[in-house]
Design a protein around this ligand. Sequence first.
Ligand code: NAD
Length: 366
Amino acid sequence: MDPMSKRTFLAAGLAAGVAALPLRAGAADPNRKLGYAILGLGYYATRIIMPRFAECEQSRLVALVSGTPEKLKTFGEQYGIPESHRYSYETFDRIADNPDVDIVYIITPNSLHRTFTERAAKAGKHVMCEKPMAATAADCQAMIAACKAAGRKLMIGYRSRFQAHNIEAIKLVRDGALGPVRTIVADHGFTIGDPKQWRLNKALAGGGSLMDIGIYSLNATRYLTGEEPVAVNAMESTDRSDPRFKEVEDIISFQLLFPSGATANCYSAYSANFNRYRVTGPKGFVEIDPATSYQGQSMRTQLGGPPTPREPAPTKTNQFSAQLDHLSECILTGREPIVSGEEGLKDLRIIEAIYRSAREGRTVKL
Ligand code: NAD
């Protein structure tokens, strides 16, 4: 979209939708970059997300929230964030009085997503929340309710939906290039280290590999088919004598059945390295390996001939900046994000069914 048509498009969206939202004065400028506060200054926030504001067209970094004063100082200085826009978890609620902040992006351990989402919504801010949306489906519902009550948008950080190879795969599958989908194989895992990290603490993580990395397999089966599974079957393998796995699962494999008859076979692991999926139908397959990594995606298709490498249509920018700008654009135009809170809730409901299936040794209907 060229800049002029984008302006026209946004202006039309404003006229249609945003009038209903109590946006502050000045917000009606469709060329304004919306202001993000990043909450939780850990690895993903500081190493992956914050540098990507540089490539955003509609989003800018304006505030920081952290429990560590040194991090607020270091990153505040690095990104030119004034002290008035730096918050601790105790002073966070004062963000309500900061008109520069439109969106709070929550990048903390999983079980803290709910309380920070509720506080951000109460402060009148829109919310971007990392995956998994929360530790339980009940928490997800509370987060959706909080944002709805505040009239604010809620989006989950499913960045692969903005990544070129994944967008191409979705298009191929949905356009019927493979014929009706019969099978999806999706495997996500990495070898986890330090037993003391929060990812291995049930109270903070909500669960093990499935919550953290296996969710990419699950989410991919849903965005590739555009369907919701009707049954799940799961099996777990965890060495409980390994100090890393006292509280959460290591390997969990699960099968999903979709209404069309498509099936998925997925692995999630904290002791094996893979990041890939393959979708197969009677007319061929599409596979990406690695599929949902930060970079380096590689795609092959077999569509009538031999398996062939495929380059997807280029996207305007990288998956991270596109994700950030998507929420800004949705706020400006009054649209719902393609990965709203409802999307995060659906994954959590299925995750809970996967755990139940593994625990009870039976197929769970959804
Ligand atoms: P991290 O450990 O590097 O950072 C977590 C941050 O939360 C730290 O700054 C820590 O100080 C802070 N924190 C606040 N309260 C805490 C508490 N009680 N215990 C521990 N830490 C606390 O983790 P991360 O890898 O940045 O992951 C953070 C979130 O981002 C998780 O929900 C994770 O699933 C998600 N994530 C998403 C992606 C992605 O590609 N979308 C990648 C990595 C992480």
